[in-house]
Design a protein around this ligand. Structure first.
Ligand code: PAF
Length: 286
C-alpha cells in the first residue's frame, strides 16, 4: 500500500503498461470490484482509497462514513491490483494548499443543487489523483452519473491526458444499486429502498410505451417514490449537458435521489431515446 507522493514513484516501474486508476472512498463492495475487473482490461490497476473531506458539507456524514481499510485490502487481494494508494488527509490537503477546481454548469442541478461545493471537492481531489498517479485511464461507476459527466467536462476543458470509462451500475438481487451507504439501512428500510430502482424501471417502460413528456414521467416517478422518507429529486435531463427539456429525445438521464432512514440514495438510468426505440447506453465515450 502506498501512502505518499514519494511512494507513488513505484508506479514508474509499471511502465510502459498503461496505468488505470480506480478512485474510491473505500468501504468497498461488489460495485467497486466490478470497476477493478474492468480496469484490469486496460493496464496496471491502481485503486485509491481516500475519504475526501472537501466533498462533504459540514452537515453530512464525513465523520461517520465507513472506513474499512483492512477488509478493503482483503477484498482487493483477490484481484490483479498493482498498487493501492491510501494517503492521509495531510498528503492531499497540506497546509497552505488552496487551489481548487470549480465545475461548470453540469454541476448546478441534481446532487450539485442539493450539495453546494460537493463537485468542487470531487473535481479537486480527482484532479490531484490523476496528476499524482499519472493514470492513462480512470474507471467510474455509472451510478454516480452526474459525477461522471462533471469529471468528463473537467478532463475535456482542462485537456487532461486521461481516458474515462464508466461501467453499468451493479445491483443487488432486488435492484437496489450497490452503495457504501446501503449499510446505513435496516431491514425494513432496505426493503423500502428497492422502490428507487422500480421507479426508474417504471419511467423506462413509460418511455418504451411512447410517453415523451418529462413532466409526466417525473410525476410518475415521484408517486412511485412516495414510500421513501423524502425525495430530493426525480428528473429527466439531457446528456451530457444535464439540461431540462419538456420533450424527451436523444440521450437522456433519468435520475433520482431520496432519503430512506438516514441513508441518502441515488440512482439513474442513461438512455438513448430515438424515434420509438429506447436503449440503455453508457454515459462516457459515446
Ligand atoms: O465516487 C467516489 O467514491 C468519490 O466521489 C471519488 C470519485 C473517489 C472522489 O472522492
Amino acid at each position: 500500500m502506498l501512502t505518499s507522493s514519494e511512494e507513488l514513484s513505484f508506479l514508474d516501474q509499471l511502465r510502459p503498461d498503461p496505468i488505470v486508476l480506480v478512485p474510491t472512498m473505500g468501504a468497498l463492495h461488489s460495485g467497486h470490484l466490478e470497476l477493478v475487473k474492468e480496469a484490469e482490461k486496460y493496464g496496471k490497476v491502481v485503486v485509491s482509497i481516500f475519504v475526501n473531506p472537501t466533498q462533504f458539507a459540514p452537515n453530512e456524514d464525513f465523520d461517520s462514513y465507513p472506513r474499512t481499510l483492512e477488509s478493503d485490502l482483503d477484498l482487493l487481494s483477490g484481484f490483479d491490483v498493482a498498487a493501492v494508494f491510501s494517503p492521509p488527509v495531510s498528503e492531499m490537503y497540506a497546509d497552505g494548499v488552496v487551489t481548487t477546481v470549480q465545475p461548470g454548469g453540469r454541476a448546478d442541478c441534481l446532487c450539485g443543487a442539493d450539495r453546494p461545493g460537493h463537485y468542487s471537492g470531487v473535481l479537486t481531489v480527482v484532479a490531484k489523483l490523476f496528476n499524482m498517479t499519472k493514470a492513462d485511464y480512470a474507471v467510474f461507476g455509472r451510478k454516480d452519473a452526474q459525477q461522471c459527466l462533471v469529471i468528463d467536462q473537467m478532463v475535456s476543458d482542462l485537456k487532461m491526458p486521461i481516458k474515462l470509462i464508466d461501467i453499468p451500475t451493479v445491483r443487488e438481487v432486488g435492484g437496489l444499486a450497490m452503495s457504501s451507504r446501503n449499510r446505513y439501512l435496516d431491514k425494513e428500510q432496505h426493503t423500502r429502498a428497492q422502490v428507487v430502482f422500480s421507479s426508474l424501471q417504471k419511467a423506462k417502460s413509460m418511455l418504451e410505451s411512447g410517453c415523451r413528456s418529462a413532466k409526466e414521467i417525473e410525476e410518475a416517478v415521484v408517486s412511485e417514490l412516495a414510500v421513501c422518507d423524502s425525495i430530493e429529486y426525480a428528473e429527466v435531463l439531457s446528456v451530457p449537458e444535464l439540461e431540462k427539456n419538456e420533450i424527451i429525445e436523444g440521450r437522456c438521464l433519468l435520475a433520482v435521489a431520496v432519503k430512506v432512514g438516514s441513508a441518502r440514495l441515488i440512482d439513474n438510468i442513461s438512455l438513448l431515446v430515438e424515434n420509438d426505440k429506447v436503449t440503455e447506453i453508457p454515459l462516457l465515450g459515446v
